[in-house]
Design a protein around this ligand. Sequence first.
Ligand code: AQP
Length: 346
Amino acid sequence: MTEPVQTPRVFPQRVFSGIQPSGNLQLGNYLGALKRFAAAQDNGIETIYCIVDMHAITVWQDPADLTRATRELAAGFIASGVDPERSILFNQSQVPGHAQLAWIFDCVARLGWMNRMTQFKDKAGKNAEAVSLGLFAYPALMAADILLYHATHVPVGEDQKQHVELTRDIAAKFNHDYGTEFFPVPEPVIEGAATRVMSLRDGSKKMSKSDPSDMSRINLTDDADTIASKIRKARTDAEPLPETLEALKDRPEARNLVNIYAALADTTAEAVVAEFAGQGFGAFKPALADLAVAQLTPISGEMRRLTSDPAEIDRILARGAERANAIAAPVIDRTYDIVGMIRSAR
Ligand code: AQP
Protein backbone atom coordinates (compact mmCIF):
# COMPACT_ATOMS: atom_id res chain seq x y z
CA MET A 1 0.00 0.00 0.00
CA THR A 2 1.36 3.44 -0.88
CA GLU A 3 1.59 6.12 1.81
CA PRO A 4 -0.88 8.99 1.37
CA VAL A 5 0.95 12.05 0.00
CA GLN A 6 0.98 14.83 2.63
CA THR A 7 0.18 18.24 1.17
CA PRO A 8 2.20 20.96 2.91
CA ARG A 9 0.24 23.29 5.18
CA VAL A 10 -0.82 26.49 3.41
CA PHE A 11 -0.72 29.69 5.49
CA PRO A 12 -2.86 32.72 4.67
CA GLN A 13 -0.72 35.60 3.43
CA ARG A 14 0.31 38.01 6.16
CA VAL A 15 2.90 40.79 6.05
CA PHE A 16 5.16 41.60 9.02
CA SER A 17 8.05 44.04 9.29
CA GLY A 18 9.74 46.23 11.87
CA ILE A 19 12.01 49.21 12.38
CA GLN A 20 14.23 50.03 15.34
CA PRO A 21 13.61 53.24 17.30
CA SER A 22 17.34 53.88 17.40
CA GLY A 23 17.60 57.42 16.09
CA ASN A 24 16.25 59.67 13.39
CA LEU A 25 14.50 57.96 10.49
CA GLN A 26 16.51 58.36 7.31
CA LEU A 27 15.64 58.24 3.61
CA GLY A 28 16.77 54.58 3.36
CA ASN A 29 14.24 53.59 6.03
CA TYR A 30 11.57 55.53 4.14
CA LEU A 31 12.24 54.19 0.64
CA GLY A 32 13.39 50.69 1.65
CA ALA A 33 10.70 50.18 4.27
CA LEU A 34 8.05 52.76 5.25
CA LYS A 35 6.88 53.74 1.77
CA ARG A 36 6.55 50.08 0.85
CA PHE A 37 4.80 49.26 4.14
CA ALA A 38 2.14 51.83 3.29
CA ALA A 39 1.77 50.47 -0.26
CA ALA A 40 1.39 46.88 1.03
CA GLN A 41 -1.84 47.90 2.77
CA ASP A 42 -3.48 48.18 -0.65
CA ASN A 43 -2.95 44.50 -1.49
CA GLY A 44 -5.79 43.15 0.61
CA ILE A 45 -3.36 41.27 2.88
CA GLU A 46 -3.17 41.72 6.66
CA THR A 47 -0.23 43.98 7.56
CA ILE A 48 1.52 44.05 10.94
CA TYR A 49 4.19 46.67 11.66
CA CYS A 50 6.32 46.73 14.77
CA ILE A 51 8.56 49.31 16.41
CA VAL A 52 11.25 46.96 17.62
CA ASP A 53 12.36 48.62 20.86
CA MET A 54 13.79 45.34 22.19
CA HIS A 55 16.13 45.23 19.19
CA ALA A 56 17.13 48.84 19.77
CA ILE A 57 18.51 48.11 23.27
CA THR A 58 20.98 45.56 21.87
CA VAL A 59 23.16 48.68 21.80
CA TRP A 60 22.96 51.33 24.54
CA GLN A 61 19.93 53.62 24.36
CA ASP A 62 19.38 56.42 26.81
CA PRO A 63 15.92 55.62 28.32
CA ALA A 64 14.40 59.05 27.65
CA ASP A 65 15.76 58.96 24.08
CA LEU A 66 14.26 55.49 23.54
CA THR A 67 10.82 56.68 24.61
CA ARG A 68 11.06 59.78 22.40
CA ALA A 69 12.38 57.77 19.42
CA THR A 70 9.59 55.18 19.79
CA ARG A 71 6.91 57.87 19.63
CA GLU A 72 8.69 59.63 16.78
CA LEU A 73 8.93 56.39 14.83
CA ALA A 74 5.22 55.71 15.40
CA ALA A 75 4.58 59.19 14.00
CA GLY A 76 6.92 58.37 11.07
CA PHE A 77 4.93 55.24 10.23
CA ILE A 78 1.62 57.11 10.29
CA ALA A 79 2.93 60.17 8.44
CA SER A 80 4.31 57.85 5.72
CA GLY A 81 0.85 56.41 5.14
CA VAL A 82 0.61 53.43 7.51
CA ASP A 83 -2.96 53.57 8.81
CA PRO A 84 -3.19 52.18 12.37
CA GLU A 85 -6.74 51.03 11.67
CA ARG A 86 -5.92 49.07 8.50
CA SER A 87 -2.57 47.82 9.82
CA ILE A 88 -1.58 46.66 13.28
CA LEU A 89 1.04 49.15 14.56
CA PHE A 90 2.64 48.64 17.98
CA ASN A 91 5.90 48.51 19.91
CA GLN A 92 7.46 45.12 20.45
CA SER A 93 7.98 45.18 24.23
CA GLN A 94 4.20 45.49 24.83
CA VAL A 95 3.64 41.97 23.47
CA PRO A 96 5.34 39.38 25.72
CA GLY A 97 5.26 36.70 23.01
CA HIS A 98 8.29 38.24 21.26
CA ALA A 99 10.59 37.53 24.22
CA GLN A 100 8.95 34.15 24.91
CA LEU A 101 9.37 32.87 21.37
CA ALA A 102 12.85 34.38 21.05
CA TRP A 103 14.08 32.15 23.89
CA ILE A 104 12.70 29.04 22.19
CA PHE A 105 14.44 30.12 18.97
CA ASP A 106 17.71 30.81 20.81
CA CYS A 107 17.56 27.09 21.58
CA VAL A 108 16.75 26.15 17.96
CA ALA A 109 19.30 28.36 16.12
CA ARG A 110 22.84 27.02 15.95
CA LEU A 111 25.89 29.01 17.02
CA GLY A 112 27.44 28.41 13.61
CA TRP A 113 24.46 30.05 11.88
CA MET A 114 24.68 33.11 14.10
CA ASN A 115 28.43 33.37 13.56
CA ARG A 116 27.79 33.89 9.85
CA MET A 117 25.60 37.00 10.30
CA THR A 118 27.37 39.84 8.53
CA GLN A 119 25.40 42.59 10.28
CA PHE A 120 26.71 41.37 13.65
CA LYS A 121 30.26 41.42 12.30
CA ASP A 122 29.75 44.94 10.92
CA LYS A 123 28.17 46.27 14.09
CA ALA A 124 30.55 44.53 16.53
CA GLY A 125 33.63 45.41 14.48
CA LYS A 126 36.87 44.76 16.36
CA ASN A 127 34.99 44.98 19.64
CA ALA A 128 33.15 41.63 19.49
CA GLU A 129 34.09 40.60 23.06
CA ALA A 130 32.55 43.74 24.54
CA VAL A 131 29.20 43.92 22.72
CA SER A 132 25.97 42.68 24.31
CA LEU A 133 24.81 39.08 24.05
CA GLY A 134 21.56 40.57 22.73
CA LEU A 135 23.33 41.98 19.66
CA PHE A 136 24.56 38.48 18.82
CA ALA A 137 21.11 36.93 19.41
CA TYR A 138 19.33 39.74 17.49
CA PRO A 139 18.46 37.59 14.44
CA ALA A 140 16.73 34.95 16.61
CA LEU A 141 14.55 37.69 18.14
CA MET A 142 13.80 38.90 14.62
CA ALA A 143 12.74 35.36 13.68
CA ALA A 144 10.42 35.39 16.70
CA ASP A 145 8.96 38.76 15.63
CA ILE A 146 8.03 37.36 12.24
CA LEU A 147 6.93 33.84 13.16
CA LEU A 148 4.91 34.92 16.22
CA TYR A 149 2.33 36.17 13.71
CA HIS A 150 2.77 33.32 11.22
CA ALA A 151 3.82 36.02 8.75
CA THR A 152 4.45 34.80 5.22
CA HIS A 153 5.94 37.96 3.65
CA VAL A 154 8.58 40.28 5.10
CA PRO A 155 9.23 43.53 3.21
CA VAL A 156 12.78 44.67 4.03
CA GLY A 157 15.79 46.42 2.53
CA GLU A 158 18.64 44.40 1.05
CA ASP A 159 20.62 44.62 4.33
CA GLN A 160 18.05 42.45 6.16
CA LYS A 161 17.93 39.63 3.61
CA GLN A 162 20.34 37.41 5.53
CA HIS A 163 18.28 37.75 8.71
CA VAL A 164 15.07 36.72 6.92
CA GLU A 165 16.94 33.73 5.49
CA LEU A 166 17.95 32.78 9.04
CA THR A 167 14.28 33.07 10.04
CA ARG A 168 13.48 30.56 7.29
CA ASP A 169 16.16 28.19 8.65
CA ILE A 170 14.82 28.52 12.21
CA ALA A 171 11.22 27.85 11.10
CA ALA A 172 12.30 24.81 9.08
CA LYS A 173 14.45 23.40 11.89
CA PHE A 174 11.74 23.90 14.53
CA ASN A 175 9.19 22.18 12.26
CA HIS A 176 11.62 19.36 11.51
CA ASP A 177 12.81 18.80 15.10
CA TYR A 178 9.29 18.72 16.53
CA GLY A 179 7.71 16.88 13.57
CA THR A 180 5.22 19.65 12.86
CA GLU A 181 4.25 22.21 10.22
CA PHE A 182 3.40 24.83 12.79
CA PHE A 183 5.53 27.70 11.46
CA PRO A 184 5.44 29.05 7.89
CA VAL A 185 8.74 29.53 6.07
CA PRO A 186 8.46 33.25 5.21
CA GLU A 187 9.66 35.05 2.09
CA PRO A 188 11.74 38.23 2.13
CA VAL A 189 10.19 40.84 -0.17
CA ILE A 190 12.97 43.03 -1.53
CA GLU A 191 11.54 45.15 -4.33
CA GLY A 192 11.73 48.57 -5.91
CA ALA A 193 14.50 50.92 -7.00
CA ALA A 194 15.80 51.64 -3.51
CA THR A 195 16.37 48.36 -1.73
CA ARG A 196 19.80 49.68 -0.70
CA VAL A 197 20.07 53.46 -0.44
CA MET A 198 23.71 54.41 -0.06
CA SER A 199 25.41 57.16 1.96
CA LEU A 200 25.49 60.56 0.24
CA ARG A 201 29.19 60.81 1.15
CA ASP A 202 30.36 57.32 0.22
CA GLY A 203 28.67 55.17 -2.44
CA SER A 204 30.07 51.98 -0.92
CA LYS A 205 28.34 52.41 2.49
CA LYS A 206 24.60 52.10 3.11
CA MET A 207 22.73 55.14 4.36
CA SER A 208 22.20 54.58 8.07
CA LYS A 209 20.65 56.49 10.95
CA SER A 210 23.66 55.72 13.15
CA ASP A 211 26.29 57.04 10.69
CA PRO A 212 28.26 59.72 12.61
CA SER A 213 28.07 62.07 9.59
CA ASP A 214 24.70 63.82 9.32
CA MET A 215 25.63 64.83 5.75
CA SER A 216 25.67 61.14 4.79
CA ARG A 217 21.90 60.86 5.09
CA ILE A 218 18.62 62.71 4.65
CA ASN A 219 16.60 62.54 7.85
CA LEU A 220 12.83 62.51 7.62
CA THR A 221 12.90 65.46 10.04
CA ASP A 222 15.20 67.60 7.81
CA ASP A 223 13.67 70.84 6.52
CA ALA A 224 13.52 71.76 2.82
CA ASP A 225 16.77 73.80 2.86
CA THR A 226 18.70 71.03 4.61
CA ILE A 227 17.42 68.39 2.17
CA ALA A 228 18.37 70.56 -0.85
CA SER A 229 21.78 71.38 0.60
CA LYS A 230 22.58 67.73 1.39
CA ILE A 231 21.66 66.71 -2.16
CA ARG A 232 23.68 69.59 -3.65
CA LYS A 233 26.72 68.53 -1.62
CA ALA A 234 26.25 64.78 -2.24
CA ARG A 235 29.38 63.20 -3.66
CA THR A 236 29.18 62.58 -7.42
CA ASP A 237 31.52 62.67 -10.42
CA ALA A 238 32.03 65.11 -13.28
CA GLU A 239 30.47 62.95 -16.02
CA PRO A 240 26.96 63.55 -17.38
CA LEU A 241 24.32 60.84 -16.92
CA PRO A 242 24.70 58.11 -19.55
CA GLU A 243 22.18 56.60 -21.96
CA THR A 244 21.94 53.27 -20.13
CA LEU A 245 21.89 52.00 -16.56
CA GLU A 246 24.64 49.53 -17.41
CA ALA A 247 27.01 52.48 -17.94
CA LEU A 248 26.52 53.49 -14.27
CA LYS A 249 28.01 50.20 -13.07
CA ASP A 250 31.27 51.76 -11.83
CA ARG A 251 29.74 55.05 -10.68
CA PRO A 252 28.12 54.08 -7.33
CA GLU A 253 27.37 57.63 -6.15
CA ALA A 254 25.67 58.54 -9.44
CA ARG A 255 23.76 55.26 -9.44
CA ASN A 256 22.60 55.92 -5.90
CA LEU A 257 21.09 59.30 -6.78
CA VAL A 258 19.36 57.77 -9.81
CA ASN A 259 17.90 55.02 -7.62
CA ILE A 260 16.69 57.55 -5.05
CA TYR A 261 15.03 59.60 -7.79
CA ALA A 262 13.35 56.48 -9.21
CA ALA A 263 12.04 55.33 -5.82
CA LEU A 264 10.70 58.78 -4.93
CA ALA A 265 9.02 59.09 -8.35
CA ASP A 266 7.65 55.50 -8.26
CA THR A 267 9.43 54.67 -11.50
CA THR A 268 12.43 52.59 -12.56
CA ALA A 269 16.11 53.58 -12.63
CA GLU A 270 16.05 52.83 -16.39
CA ALA A 271 13.31 55.43 -16.93
CA VAL A 272 15.24 58.04 -14.93
CA VAL A 273 18.41 57.48 -16.95
CA ALA A 274 16.42 57.72 -20.17
CA GLU A 275 14.92 61.03 -19.02
CA PHE A 276 18.20 62.67 -17.91
CA ALA A 277 20.67 61.09 -20.39
CA GLY A 278 23.39 63.57 -21.36
CA GLN A 279 22.61 65.98 -18.49
CA GLY A 280 25.14 66.72 -15.75
CA PHE A 281 24.56 66.80 -12.00
CA GLY A 282 24.11 70.57 -12.20
CA ALA A 283 20.71 69.78 -13.73
CA PHE A 284 19.95 66.44 -12.09
CA LYS A 285 20.59 67.41 -8.45
CA PRO A 286 18.10 70.32 -8.38
CA ALA A 287 15.44 68.08 -9.97
CA LEU A 288 16.14 65.43 -7.33
CA ALA A 289 16.08 68.02 -4.55
CA ASP A 290 12.68 69.33 -5.71
CA LEU A 291 11.26 65.82 -5.79
CA ALA A 292 12.68 64.91 -2.35
CA VAL A 293 11.46 68.15 -0.77
CA ALA A 294 7.97 67.75 -2.28
CA GLN A 295 7.66 64.22 -0.95
CA LEU A 296 9.44 64.44 2.39
CA THR A 297 8.45 67.80 3.87
CA PRO A 298 4.73 66.92 4.24
CA ILE A 299 5.87 63.81 6.13
CA SER A 300 8.06 65.77 8.54
CA GLY A 301 5.23 68.29 9.05
CA GLU A 302 2.80 65.51 9.88
CA MET A 303 5.37 63.89 12.21
CA ARG A 304 5.70 67.16 14.11
CA ARG A 305 1.92 67.42 14.43
CA LEU A 306 1.57 63.84 15.68
CA THR A 307 4.45 63.99 18.18
CA SER A 308 2.92 67.09 19.78
CA ASP A 309 0.32 64.71 21.28
CA PRO A 310 2.34 61.86 22.88
CA ALA A 311 -0.68 60.53 24.79
CA GLU A 312 -2.52 59.91 21.51
CA ILE A 313 0.51 58.05 20.09
CA ASP A 314 0.68 55.92 23.25
CA ARG A 315 -3.02 55.09 22.84
CA ILE A 316 -2.49 54.04 19.22
CA LEU A 317 0.43 51.79 20.23
CA ALA A 318 -1.52 50.26 23.13
CA ARG A 319 -4.45 49.45 20.83
CA GLY A 320 -2.05 47.96 18.25
CA ALA A 321 -0.38 45.86 20.96
CA GLU A 322 -3.77 44.53 22.07
CA ARG A 323 -4.59 43.46 18.52
CA ALA A 324 -1.10 41.97 18.06
CA ASN A 325 -1.36 40.05 21.31
CA ALA A 326 -4.67 38.53 20.25
CA ILE A 327 -2.78 36.84 17.39
CA ALA A 328 0.43 36.13 19.31
CA ALA A 329 -0.86 34.61 22.56
CA PRO A 330 -2.43 31.48 20.95
CA VAL A 331 0.75 30.98 18.90
CA ILE A 332 2.81 30.99 22.11
CA ASP A 333 0.39 28.58 23.80
CA ARG A 334 0.58 26.16 20.89
CA THR A 335 4.38 26.49 20.69
CA TYR A 336 4.69 25.62 24.40
CA ASP A 337 2.42 22.60 23.83
CA ILE A 338 4.57 21.44 20.91
CA VAL A 339 7.77 21.86 22.95
CA GLY A 340 6.20 19.98 25.90
CA MET A 341 6.01 22.79 28.40
CA ILE A 342 3.19 22.50 30.94
CA ARG A 343 1.02 25.58 31.23
CA SER A 344 -2.10 26.08 33.28
CA ALA A 345 -5.31 26.55 31.34
CA ARG A 346 -6.14 30.24 30.90
N1 AQP B 1 20.03 52.41 3.40
C1 AQP B 1 18.94 51.66 3.34
N2 AQP B 1 18.38 51.36 2.14
C2 AQP B 1 17.24 50.61 2.05
N3 AQP B 1 16.61 50.12 3.15
C3 AQP B 1 17.13 50.41 4.37
N4 AQP B 1 16.75 50.10 5.62
C4 AQP B 1 17.62 50.65 6.50
N5 AQP B 1 18.57 51.32 5.85
C5 AQP B 1 18.31 51.19 4.52
C6 AQP B 1 15.57 49.30 5.93
O1 AQP B 1 14.85 49.93 6.96
C7 AQP B 1 14.22 48.93 7.76
C8 AQP B 1 14.46 49.21 9.20
O2 AQP B 1 15.81 49.17 9.53
P1 AQP B 1 16.26 49.26 11.05
O3 AQP B 1 16.20 50.64 11.55
O4 AQP B 1 15.52 48.30 11.86
O5 AQP B 1 17.73 48.79 11.04
P2 AQP B 1 18.86 49.05 10.04
O6 AQP B 1 18.65 48.26 8.81
O7 AQP B 1 20.11 48.73 10.80
O8 AQP B 1 18.73 50.61 9.72
P3 AQP B 1 19.78 51.72 10.01
O9 AQP B 1 19.23 53.05 9.63
O10 AQP B 1 21.09 51.35 9.42
O11 AQP B 1 19.82 51.70 11.57
P4 AQP B 1 21.06 51.61 12.53
O12 AQP B 1 21.99 52.70 12.05
O13 AQP B 1 20.46 51.89 13.87
O14 AQP B 1 21.63 50.26 12.40
C9 AQP B 1 14.76 47.58 7.31
O15 AQP B 1 13.79 46.98 6.46
C10 AQP B 1 15.98 47.95 6.52
O16 AQP B 1 16.27 47.00 5.52
